[in-house]
Ligand binder design. Sequence first.
Ligand code: ADE
Length: 225
Amino acid sequence: MKIDILTVQPELLESPFAHSILKRAKEKKLLEVNVHNLRNWAVNEHGQVDDYQYGGGAGMVMMCEPLANAIEFLSRESQFDEIIYMTPDGCPFNQKTANRLSLKKNLLILCGHYKGIDERIRQNFITMEISIGDYVLSGGELPAAVLVDAIGRLLPGVLNDETSALFDSFQDSLLAPPVYTRPADFRSMRVPEILLSGDPKKVDEWRQEQSWLRTKARRPDLLDG
Ligand code: ADE
């Protein structure tokens, strides 16, 4: 999979992909991430990519011209399956969307800034708008990193234990059960006996029950329907 990211702050995206699982995904050539500086398509030599909003009001708006030129330039190199705009008024991101996007070949992610981007770009170039939660961050870079992480770890071969992504919270609309490691007794707090029983069937039943109890207590909305 190849993911292109368009941003006015490329330096914010240097670290997230340089470590751990995403680093491994890149080394194994399972994932390619290219970060592009939108200022390469600025409207003047000052690197301008934003302007005041029509109708007045505080905050700058990212201009059509640099965005359209950048998207068209990058689209000549790749046939994008989705052109995604990260924005707090987008559709809420969830595991189902991560699963769906992990099956795509080429994605372009656009990071918003300031007041957002000109509506004409949203209407005519963007194919998906995604929010990572009901709060406002100062730009779309961290949300883009969240998206790439959630997608990247689902690519076949990226995780060491191939099956482990299947048991993540949310994969079956349930939260993950509690987990324990050694020692079995830590300051008189004991690991549940059933996990030490060596009976895989019982362990499995216990985990399913714990998943359900945890979901019911913390996220009953996931059990609706
Ligand atoms: N940009 C700023 N806040 C955001 C959010 N919550 N989700 C996606 N993009 C954003």
